[in-house]
Ligand binder design. Structure first.
Ligand code: FAD
Length: 403
């Protein structure tokens, strides 16, 4: 088998290498991304956009480069940025979840207003889905919106809302049709986080930082036109977003960079003069993980190929969130084990703790536990894989009055 790149891809590879050589020193640090992007990151994002290394297949009318989907191009770009350890662009709930949702089901006006500023990093979004008591049972969301004089009037509460304390906008799942069935009573609204009556209160996680929030709505007015796809279509739209969220969370390109960092870490630390990478107990775990990262990358490419061909991927897509988060957690577990006591500076972690490898791995390790829950817990993912992917019997439902 000839695995050398054909001429156009070699040309793209050379172009990116020139770009990295010329501008690489301006790249923000790889990783992070759980804070509002700073000016350096925004400038870098705009540079990547101008060269079509991000937003590549988004139509030019909406701020992208307007290229045809090409999985080899995507793989060459991701590979070159990972190889050079250079920041490959912003990933956040707006870019990875809302933008593909709007491109799929938004109006032309919504695409023009939101896609460009979001991929440039100028609008930061948060996701208003989970509520106290309605996390896994998302379709039971009770936050209400009633139409009055051209505005949706929103009342209720969301919880675990990542980034809400610095986001500009929210995509919100709420109940607009109280008479309709659970799934058909929901709508999907886009609203400003500066709306009067909206109160976002940060919650501290075990990383020591405030990463998510509880958000309260008291008569929050949202213009009638800020609905995606229409009344009662919220469950469908929410699931389009969830599909992209689960792919983002399990994304293989992040794994490659983390594996490289892990190899570096194990090559640096030694016990009695022997580097950890040469010790069987660490080397075995590392090799197993390396094999899994390679397999995960191949799986990702297979899904990209099927998407580009317009084919359904079925159960292969359903395993991405579960498999990706388990693999990510095992990568950071090995790093924390290798760091020994340096991997446990629990007390010292704060809002800005992203200063060296030890604290970064420590934060990743704790955050990875959260990723097994966020975006639909891994228990729920196993139900979905079993019931919808493998046609296993459905889990028993409680009858009314049994709880
Ligand atoms: C880091 C992080 C970021 C998040 N960001 C956001 C965000 O930005 N926006 C947002 O809306 N939400 C967010 N969430 C919330 C997340 O989506 C919910 O926590 C998740 O869906 C689980 O809901 P819950 O917390 O209400 O748990 P519950 O639904 O109460 O579940 C509790 C436990 O029971 C298990 N369980 C429940 N039902 C079943 C079942 N049928 N079968 C088997 N096991 C079951 C679950 O797996 C879990 O272990 C985030 C969560 C985390 C951890």
């Amino acid at each position: 088998m000839d695995l050398t790149l054909s001429e156009p891809y070699q040309a793209l590879q050379a172009e990116i290498r020139t770009f990295v050589a010329q501008y690489g020193h301006l790249s923000p640090k790889v990783g992070g991304g759980r804070k509002r992007p700073d000016q350096k990151t925004l400038d870098w994002q705009k540079r990547l956009l101008a060269h079509g290394y991000v937003g590549r297949t988004i139509p030019q009318a909406y701020g992208g480069a307007g290229k045809q989907p090409d999985i080899m191009e995507a793989a060459v770009i991701a590979g070159e940025f990972a190889r050079a350890n250079v920041y490959a662009g912003l990933t956040n709930q707006g870019i990875s979840m809302l933008v593909p949702t709007l491109l799929e089901v938004g109006t032309d006006e919504q695409k023009r207003e939101y896609v460009g500023p979001t991929i440039r990093g100028d609008i930061i979004w948060c996701q208003g889905y989970s509520e106290p008591g309605n996390g896994s049972d998302l379709a039971n969301a009770q936050t209400k919106a009633e139409l009055r004089d051209g505005n949706w009037i929103v009342n209720g509460q969301k919880i675990w809302t990542s980034s809400a304390h610095y986001a500009d906008m929210m995509f919100l799942l709420c109940r607009t049709e109280p008479q309709a069935s659970k799934h058909e009573g929901l709508s999907y609204l886009l609203l400003s986080m500066k709306s009067p009556g909206l109160d976002a209160r940060p919650l501290k996680t075990m990383t020591g930082r405030s990463e998510f929030n509880e958000v309260f709505f008291t008569d929050v007015a949202v213009p009638e036109t800020q609905i995606v796809l229409g009344r009662g279509k919220g469950w469908y739209v929410a699931n389009v977003t969830l599909k992209h969220e689960r792919l983002m969370i399990g994304d293989a390109s992040k794994m490659t960079a983390r594996l490289e960092q892990l190899i570096k870490l194990l090559s640096t630390i030694d016990i009695d003069g022997v580097k950890l990478i040469h010790m069987p107990e660490y080397r075995d775990r590392l090799l197993r993980l390396q094999g899994e990262v390679i397999a995960w990358k191949a799986h990702n490419l297979r899904l990209l190929t099927e998407t580009a061909r317009g084919e359904e991927s079925g159960v292969k897509r359903m395993i991405v969130k579960y498999g990706g988060t388990m693999l990510g957690f095992r990568l950071s577990s090995l790093a924390v084990d290798a760091l020994g006591s340096a991997g446990l500076p629990y007390e010292s972690l704060g809002e800005d703790a992203e200063t060296d490898d030890a604290t970064t791995w420590n934060i990743d390790y704790m955050y990875d536990v959260g990723l097994m829950i966020g975006g639909g817990s891994n228990n729920i993912q196993k139900n979905i894989i079993g019931e919808r992917g493998l046609d296993l019997p459905r889990e028993p439902k409680f009858l009314a009055g049994m709880r």
